[in-house]
Design a protein around this ligand. Structure first.
Ligand code: SF4
Ligand code: FES
Length: 373
């Protein structure tokens, strides 16, 4: 098994704190408390080591990274290390002074989350009143600052039928890119899977809409469709392969091959407080556990697709089968594929909304406001 010389991207989860409560959040259900977050000097050292390791791009993410008062210093550290920085934000709390300070620190681009184009639907999914207004203001600030702006819209049962409106919103807000990302069922998203899983009909209509709008747009905004993986019988090359192109540093310094890997038992993930990033990437047992193809069981082991999709997602294999070495049940060749088929078959067209659990620190608040709020 060969170890990739260097990761391309670093997902820096600076904090799990967030003003929004989206039920599809991929953060772990056990959110890291603020008192356990890495301090400024540690994050600056993470960026220095990441630059030395060869990382070229970092997503400054969370939770809501604007809640870190030292975000400018962390951005400067990344810039000094030669790493391109993108802020991944809800937009809540962004004002002109903060954005100017971040741009001065070296911030290169912004990815803004939007839950829906309709303000009431947006605020209901986000679990926060007036959050749409904050996003609208943030988009205008980023445009005025001349920074590249992308929208990220996580898609699920309650907003998939309104993709046209989301694309219209992106045109009005003059964004460069719209990422239409079907929900990945990890963390809070997994907890809420029953409520979020779309129907096959919704997905087919949404795909048609994206194709129609792509044909009608003059090349901007770019529309990116992140495929769902419960519906086509095909496993996705999750994270581009385990320990192949990216790494995640969690708020407390835990380093993971993917943001959801903390859910895997016995992984024993390393921490930047104990080991250098170079050792973690090249030598740590956690990063080598599912690298390459040696770990695979059948049918992946003898499948021609194994070096292209890497057997799919380890976290999903564990979540659905209890064994992370199993073939991802999303694959139609998996002996466990019936688990995914039965989830999809229970996702009915026209069924009433199901309750979901809003993401909250320290407690789980169950609430089902229904589509009219
Ligand atoms: Fe991919 Fe494994 Fe399915 Fe083959 S059997 S297509 S390698 S997930
Ligand atoms: Fe962890 Fe796919 S989310 S390997």
């Amino acid at each position: 098994m060969s170890v990739p010389a260097s990761p391309w991207a670093l997902l820096a989860e600076l904090t799990h704190a967030c003003p929004l409560h989206c039920p599809y959040c991929s953060n772990p259900v056990d959110l890291t408390r603020r008192s356990r977050e890495l301090g400024t000097a540690h994050w600056a050292e993470v960026m220095r080591q990441a630059g030395e390791l060869g990382v070229v791009h970092t997503h400054l993410s969370g939770g809501e990274p604007l809640l870190r008062s030292d975000l400018e210093q962390i951005t400067t550290a990344a810039e000094t290390a030669g790493i391109y920085t993108q802020l991944v934000t809800s937009g809540v709390g962004l004002d002109a002074d903060r954005l100017a300070a971040l741009a001065d620190a070296g911030l290169r681009s912004v990815q803004l989350s939007v839950q829906a184009a309709d303000p009431r639907a947006n605020d209901r999914i986000a679990g926060r009143p007036s959050s749409f207004t904050a996003k609208e203001k943030a988009a205008a600030l980023v445009r005025d600052a001349g920074l590249p702006l992308g929208l990220n819209v996580v898609l699920h049962r309650e907003n998939l039928d309104a993709i046209d409106a989301v694309i219209d919103l992106g045109v009005v807000w003059d964004v460069d890119r719209i990422e239409l990302a079907n929900t990945q069922f990890y963390g809070w998203g997994l907890l809420n899977r029953t409520a979020l899983l779309p129907t096959p009909g919704q997905l087919a209509r949404a795909r048609d809409t994206v194709a129609r709008r792509r044909a009608g747009l003059p090349g901007r905004p770019e529309l990116v469709w992140v495929v769902p993986d419960h519906f086509d019988g095909v496993a996705k090359p999750c994270m581009g392969g385990w320990g192949a192109v990216s790494l995640t540093v969690a708020p407390d310094g835990t380093v993971l091959p993917c943001p959801a890997a903390a859910s895997l038992p016995d992984l024993d993930p390393p921490n930047v407080l104990d080991h250098p990033l170079d050792w973690i990437w090249h030598r740590s047992p956690a990063f080598n556990r599912y690298r390459g193809t040696d770990w695979m069981t059948e049918p992946c082991r003898s499948c021609d697709m194994r070096t292209r999709d890497f057997g799919g997602c380890r976290c999903q294999a564990y979540a659905l089968t209890g064994d992370a070495t199993h073939t991802d049940p999303a694959c139609r060749l998996s002996p466990d594929h019936a688990l995914v088929r039965s989830l999809v078959e229970h996702s009915e067209e026209g069924a009433p909304p199901k309750p979901w659990v809003y993401r909250r620190a320290g407690r789980r608040a169950r609430r089902c406001p229904g589509p009219t709020g």
